[in-house]
Write a protein that binds this ligand. Structure first.
Ligand code: HEC
Length: 109
C-alpha cells in the first residue's frame, strides 16, 4: 500500500497529541513558526491573526486567497502596518493544511 499524502500522517499525530480541532491547528502553526511574526491579537512583524480575521471575515474566497499566501508568501496587503515586510513562503505546507489554517484565522472573533 502506498501512502501519497504525508500530511495526513502529520494531522493524525497532531490529532493524537491534542483533543480539539482548533488546538491541532494551533500546534501546526506553532510548529511552522508562524507565531514568530504573528500573535493572536497584537501586531508583531506581521498583522495579528485577529486583524486578518477582521479584514477578510465573510469575504468570498478569502480562505483560498490566504491559504495560497501562506504557502507562497507575499507582500503588499499590510504595508501600512508592516512597513512593507514580506510574508515568507511555507512550501512544506499542503494546500489542505494551509486552507485549514486560513479557515481557523478567519474564525477568530
Ligand atoms: C518572518 C515573519 C513571518 C512569518 C514566519 C509568518 N508570517 Fe504571515 N505575514 C507576515 C507579514 C510581514 C505579513 C504581511 C504581508 C502583506 O503585507 O501582504 C503576513 C501576512 C499574513 C497573513 C495575511 C495575508 C494577507 O494577504 O492579508 C496571514 C493569513 C498570515 N500571514 C499567516 C501566516 C501563517 C499561517 C504563518 C505560518 C505558516 C505565517 N504567517 C508566518 C510575516 C510572517
Amino acid at each position: 500500500m502506498k501512502i501519497f499524502n504525508v500530511s495526513l500522517g502529520v494531522v493524525a499525530v497532531l490529532a493524537f497529541a491534542s483533543p480539539s480541532w482548533a488546538t491541532d491547528i494551533k500546534a501546526l502553526i506553532n510548529e511552522q513558526g508562524c507565531f514568530a511574526c504573528h500573535s493572536m491579537d497584537q501586531k508583531m512583524v506581521g498583522p495579528s491573526f485577529k486583524m486578518v480575521a477582521d479584514r477578510y471575515r465573510g469575504q468570498k474566497g478569502a480562505d483560498e486567497m490566504l491559504a495560497k499566501k501562506i504557502i507562497a508568501g507575499g507582500s503588499g496587503h499590510w504595508d501600512k502596518i508592516t512597513g512593507g515586510i514580506m510574508m515568507p513562503p511555507h512550501p512544506g505546507m499542503s494546500m489542505d493544511q494551509a486552507k485549514k489554517v486560513a479557515e481557523w484565522v478567519l474564525s477568530i472573533k
